[in-house]
Design a protein around this ligand. Sequence first.
Ligand code: FHN
Length: 587
Amino acid sequence: MKFSFLRSSLAAACCLSLPLIAADEEMDKMWGEKTVRSAAATAKLAVFDQGNYGMFIHWGLFSHLGGQWGDKTFYGIGEWIKREMKIGDKEYMAIAPKFNPAKFDAKAIVKVAQAAGMKWIIITAKHHEGFAMFKSAHPFNIVDATPFHRDPMAELAAACREAGLGFGFYYSHNQDWTAPGGSGGPKLNDDGSPASFEHYFRSKCFPQVKEICSNYGPLSFVWFDTPGDMPKELVQELAAYVRKAQPAALLCSRIGHGMGDYSSLGDMEVPPRNMPGAWECCDTTNDSWSYAWYDQNWKDSKEILRRLVGTVGRGGSYLLNVGLDGQGVVPPEAAKFLAAAGSWIAKHPDIVYGAGASPWGRALPWGDATTHGKDLNLTVFDWPVDGRLYLPGISAEPSQASVVIPGGTQPITWERQGSWLILKLPMPMPEHPASVVKLSFATPPQVDQTFGLAPNGPLHLSVEFSDVLKAEKKRISWMEKFGEWKHATQVSQWQESSQVSWDVEVAAAGDYYLELCYRGNGKTAWEITTDEGLKRQNQQSAGPIYQSHGFGLISFKTAGRHKICVRLKEGDAAASSLESISLKRAE
Ligand code: FHN
């Protein structure tokens, strides 16, 4: 049983600090093959569909270390510290007697989740380190091996039940770094005989899954992770057991072999376009999943809402993580920003709960859209400075339009310009970090998904939405630092005749600044052409990381539908990878 793919790619990415792109097969081993909603899962998925927002918690012995081992700081995802700092098994297990999370208060954690507007909590019962955060027959557990002696999982399960929140467990079924035979674990049993994965599975994994499914009441989720090369029969056995013991629990796709009830996307991945089926984006409030003393890169309430509404707008559900510290407490910065986002959601529940995906199929330049019945709800993060909100490609007339203001709503008017609906907004922006505009329609509005370039704001055109000729368009994932995943769509494998193009509905003729976001190697020259005969060329340098480069002005002689084409003219074609272009009107 190997887990070398993750190890080697993580290590390489860290050492070189270059983007290292994970292959599809590797991503399946980490995040499971995507599953399609089964008829049997549909009833169970009702809670998931309605709630759209849950809390993920990473907590374990690694939380006691908090990203520090001796005089060395580990800057990757904190729960990987054992592996990455090469801490020996005995040394690592010797941390347990020092782990005493005396400030753990299940009710306080539930209050943080409720204030955030979250509808369930999923917590690490056992992460890859192999330490059980619950009372287990296996001695390496929080009740028997630490001075804490309490079962925090029992306390949290009870607190969630009392508060009406769903509750579920994360369980690392394949990786276990301290159990002989577990993936990434010791290769020999205590008696010196070779350890097998089957032995680990029978002696630890399966019995512990039985414990978490038997001793904590009804579960809403069992969230297995990183299936790796686990044999299909064992995954099937585990899934069959959980389905019988916990019939209401949803299994995410990371159980492996397509056995989940819903798909878990890549870590920290809000997809660029709407996705069908039942799926979830798991994300974290800073960069690490588990508590890390140095990690202050907190998402503020605006970023939390942008990613939450972005996920719901794409048709998914958002699972946002906090790493409890060594005392068992939610870091105050996470609690603060979650609560601020939560009070916004409490004022605008229709944006998230039971909300449907955006008819535009992607985010819009100023924010995002979700639907509720026949209503179209717009979440505006970037209020237009001239008070005109441009909605592209919408020919249906709303029966009503209003802006949510403190204490009520304010009707607004609109004007039509071809397929553009231009809403006239009050100034200043009534609410921060986002304001809501509500449009009612007689029937759910159909939208032409062609991109629209408004005169009063930028337009970002990802290659995800481009037509590509004679080059390769691909969705890629890489790590900025160990375990911190980034995702993009790129066009690579450029040839002389390659071209990337977008159709764009331009609201106003005029001059626009164009930027290209790409990576590559050294001087790179690009050509931009439009259907109006415009042809521009420019050169900038390229590096190994995606970066935006100002290209210069292009202009549209007329408003209306236009085509913009990008070609690589000079440079290292093998290394060049285009991610997007952006346009913004010159003033
Ligand atoms: O390796 C784990 C990682 O530590 C963390 O638990 C994430 C959360 O989705 N899952 C795995 C990597 O995808």
